[in-house]
Design a protein around this ligand. Structure first.
Ligand code: PHE
Length: 466
């Protein structure tokens, strides 16, 4: 056997096949699909963004996703659930666990700001229910409401503007940590099985409503967002943004899937499950995020929509859409409630890898690991709320952690899979229980093309930035 440290403590497993797929899809489908994707597309060439985006999906996203599913289940069967444990099992070397540091750091840091936006969604859903957000046909009013609420208004980022925000952040934290405390199958899986069907229903209702708005308005909005600017394709930043978006959206390159996959059984199908989760994510991203959210927003704000920050736009622009449609209060509620559900199923997947690490690495029991993580993340989120001067800090963090660090981890993972785990073991491990095999070319892509592709974009980007 492998000499790779202590045996696993948790021994948790997913309850059912559909449950795992929904949990992974739940991790993937989130604010990234509805807010980040349209924002990235709009500021990186509009329709032209789709070219590097789909190339990144095929070259990076799906191959790395399969690699994570395969290595995750492999590590899980050896008794490891945390990325450091899994890396050491895969590499047959204890030292390899240090390579997994980003796989803990990334989800942890992203959670700290992600959960704040999650709380905005809950607050907006609530404020639609109570009617507070029906401010009429007045774009400035929504901008002001948002600024006051998140504390980026006149007085800057201070507690004054954010007291009600703190309440919603508190509720959001409690929901997340109760579910995490209940565990992988009873907490995460059960919640995803309920939340995802609800999300589908809510978002289809909103879609139907938006598409039945006056036709010329809808096409004007789509034009704003999708008008291709091909000159952006010469900019390495566009390619970096496209692959960053693929990673963020699929939850690939975070150490998240590798952790979720470690709770699989040997006979579970990693190939089809991985592909299904990716497919669901793309449906939500391109069809729902790209065709409705932002196009609708651009109808009302036009080019000014670009200045709202990656995540802010959905909160300042979309309320205008709801203000002008019959039944807007109801649809506004549905929309933000749907976003909230989508966000929880994602934020849970950022917490679980760290919990697994506390339990496995430090031998902590569930109450201790959950409390410790709660304290760390709450401190981090308070920092985000109080000390971030407006929304710029969010975007800066999102860039460094959500794009650059993920790049590095993705590179590490492809090298581990292609060169240390090796194509032969990769083929063998991924085929167990699979209804079809990963195409051979994908294994070689992971070995040669993925690291090269990531490296080239990264170097070009640095070169252009300096
Ligand atoms: N994929 C999620 C989204 O699109 C975000 C996420 C990032 C989830 C990292 C888990 C880990 O919103």
């Amino acid at each position: 056997g492998d000499q790779t440290g202590p045996a696993k403590t948790g021994g948790e497993q997913w309850g059912s096949r559909i449950g795992v797929i929904l949990a992974v899809a739940g991790s993937a489908v989130g604010l990234g699909n509805f807010l980040r994707f349209p924002g990235q597309a709009a500021s990186n060439g509009g329709g032209a963004f789709l070219l590097p985006y789909f190339i990144s999906l095929l070259v990076l996203g799906i191959p790395l996703c399969w690699a994570e599913w395969t290595m995750g289940r492999f590590g899980g069967l050896k008794g490891f659930n945390s990325a450091p444990g899994i890396f050491s099992a895969v590499c047959r070397s204890l030292k390899a666990r240090y390579l997994a540091v980003p796989a803990l750091l990334i989800p942890l840091v992203i959670y700290m700001y992600y959960v704040v936006i999650e709380a905005w969604c809950l607050a907006y859903a609530f404020k639609y229910l109570t009617g507070d957000l029906m401010l009429g046909d007045n774009p400035d009013a929504y901008g002001k409401f948002f600024g006051d609420f998140v504390g980026s208004g006149e007085d800057g980022a201070i507690l004054g503007g954010t007291s009600s925000l703190i309440v919603f952040v508190g509720i959001t934290f409690v929901i997340n940590f109760v579910l995490i405390y209940r565990g992988v199958s009873k907490g995460i899986e059960t919640f995803c099985r309920i939340a995802i069907p609800m999300m589908v229903v809510c978002s289809l209702l909103v879609l139907a409503r938006v598409l039945t708005l006056p036709a010329e308005k809808v096409s004007e909005g789509l034009g704003f967002m999708w008008n291709p600017d091909f000159s952006k394709l010469a900019d390495a930043k566009t390619w970096l943004a496209a692959s960053g978006q693929i990673f963020f959206s699929l939850s690939v390159g975070f150490g998240v899937i590798i952790n979720y996959a470690s709770y699989l059984k040997k006979k579970d199908d990693v190939v089809l499950s991985g592909l299904t989760a990716c497919g669901m994510n793309e449906f939500f991203e391109v069809c729902l995020g790209g065709l409705i959210t932002l196009p609708a927003a651009f109808i009302f704000l036009g080019a000014a929509a670009g200045d709202q920050g990656t995540f802010g736009l959905g909160f300042t622009a979309l309320p205008n859409v709801f203000a002008q449609m019959p039944g807007g209060q109801f649809f506004g509620f549905l929309w933000f409630f749907m976003l909230f559900l989508a966000a929880i199923t994602s934020s849970l997947s950022m917490l679980q890898p760290v919990i697994a690490f506390f339990e496995e690495g430090f031998g902590m029991a569930r109450p201790a690991s959950v409390s410790l993580l709660g304290i760390i993340t709450l401190a981090g989120s308070m920092f985000v709320i109080w000390f971030s001067a407006g929304l710029k800090a969010l975007d800066t963090m999102d860039f460094w952690v959500g794009t650059v660090l993920i790049f590095i981890l993705a590179m590490v993972q492809s090298v581990i899979y292609g060169w240390i785990f090796g194509v032969k073991r990769g083929v063998e491990e991924s085929s167990h229980g699979a209804s079809f095999k990963i195409p051979m070319v994908v294994h070689y892509m992971l070995k040669f093309v993925v690291p090269l592709y990531l490296g080239v974009i990264f170097v070009l980007f640095l070169y252009q930035a300096l």
